[in-house]
Write a new protein. Structure first.
Length: 107
């Protein structure tokens, strides 16, 4: 049985907008499916917008996967933008200093 995807992707004008339609399960996180799903989105010169409006909380594994994605996007001369984050998720990024690493925009 194939794992369900956590994201829905739309492309407009060279910008990939990725909306989280489900929070990744523990099995998807630990099995690497979530990281693989994120890395599959990366290609040369891409601008990727991750819409977190459907995400209520974030785990350290999700943050780790986002950091790997961020590195891959930069290696491909792309841009990664995070948007739609709840106050709780923004607080996590600020507390850890990741708000300085990622470009975070309001919805």
């Amino acid at each position: 049985m194939a794992a369900s995807r956590c994201t829905e992707v739309s492309v407009s004008g060279g910008v990939k907008t990725v909306r989280f339609v489900a929070e990744p399960s523990s099995a998807q996180l630990m099995g690497g499916e979530f990281a693989e799903e994120l890395l599959d989105l990366v290609d040369s010169d891409a601008t990727i917008v991750l819409d977190f409006s459907g995400v209520k909380s974030i785990t350290s594994k999700m943050i780790s996967d986002l950091l790997v994605m961020h590195k891959a996007v930069r290696a491909h001369q792309g841009e990664l933008i995070l948007t739609g984050m709840s106050a709780h998720v923004v607080d996590v990024f600020k507390t850890t200093g990741l708000d300085k690493c990622f470009e975070i925009r309001p919805s």
